[in-house]
Design a protein around this ligand. Structure first.
Ligand code: DGL
Length: 275
């Protein structure tokens, strides 16, 4: 007898959540996935709390109506601005990226001093500072807004991107944070820049990827949230079934998305969310 495979819904403001989806399906191939990229409202890193929260709640309901039994808010900005509102509005468990990122930083840091890089909205919310403070870590948050468009341009190994990152990180690690020993990638686009960021970050610094730590947190919860699904009768296909939804051009989502996901994307459906 084969039991239906559980579906994990993944929400992001656009393409960046595909880095979280990649980490998720590598760790939890037993699930199916529905990914919602709200590309029509991209970038959310510069949006107000109200706009970001409203869009994220609508997307959460959409994913639930498509069978999601767990929701992953795979966007640092949406998590920072709206996780509470999404959690209240949703009927299924919701996991954001900030708490897992903070947990991973707490494990990685020896001297309890951490730099977090993200969008303006994430940094202004101080969601990471609060989460790190609650774990006894001191945080310097630094907005690096130019990195998102550079990644979307495909300039992940480009001298301009390296110089921009070098300037941002020199500011982040200045004034009392020279000795910070951990840096959290608090934006879904930054994992694509990991090799470049490693080169311009002080050598003693460990880089924490919130996409990977979120996938680990979901994997742990997954076993509790969907009891027995992994061990008892669940159909064990090695390749998860993935559905993609985008609010703007499906062609663009396919083209740009494959850079984030690391393999071709097919069958993207267009969705119109009401304003
Ligand atoms: N997904 C956003 C984040 O992780 C970055 C892209 C955007 O600004 O929409 O913060």
């Amino acid at each position: 007898m084969s039991t239906r495979r559980p579906t994990i819904g993944v929400f992001d403001s656009g393409f960046g959540g595909l880095t979280v989806l990649k980490a998720l399906y590598e760790l939890i191939p037993e699930a199916d996935y529905a990914h919602f990229g709200d590309t029509a409202r991209l970038p959310c890193g510069s949006k107000s709390v109200e706009t970001a929260a409203r869009a994220a709640v609508e997307a959460a309901h959409f994913l639930e109506s498509h069978g999601a039994q767990t929701l992953v808010i795979a966007c640092n900005t949406a998590t920072a601005l709206a996780l509470d509102r999404i959690t209240v509005a949703a009927h299924v468990p919701v996991v954001g990226v900030v708490e897992p990122g903070a947990d991973a930083a707490a494990i990685a840091s020896r001297n309890r001093k951490v730099v977090v890089i993200g969008t303006h909205a994430t940094v202004s919310s101080h969601a990471y500072r609060k989460a790190l403070d609650a774990r006894g870590l001191e945080a310097r948050e630094k907005a690096c807004p130019l990195l998102v468009p550079l990644v979307e341009e495909g300039w992940v190994e480009h001298p301009v991107t390296q110089e921009v990152a070098r300037i941002y990180l020199a500011e982040a690690f200045a004034d009392g944070f020279h000795d910070a020993d951990t840096m959290v990638l608090g934006c879904t686009h930054y994992p694509l820049l990991k090799p470049l960021l490693q080169r311009v970050t002080p050598v003693h610094v460990s880089i924490v990827d919130s996409a990977e730590s979120t996938a680990r947190a979901v994997a742990t919860r997954f076993q509790q949230l969907v009891p027995s699904s992994l061990s008892n009768g669940t159909e064990r296909r090695s390749v998860p079934r993935m559905k993609f939804f985008a609010t703007d051009s499906t062609e663009k989502f396919q083209q740009l998305g494959q850079r984030f996901l690391g393999h071709p994307i097919e069958n993207v459906q267009h969705v119109d969310l009401k304003e």
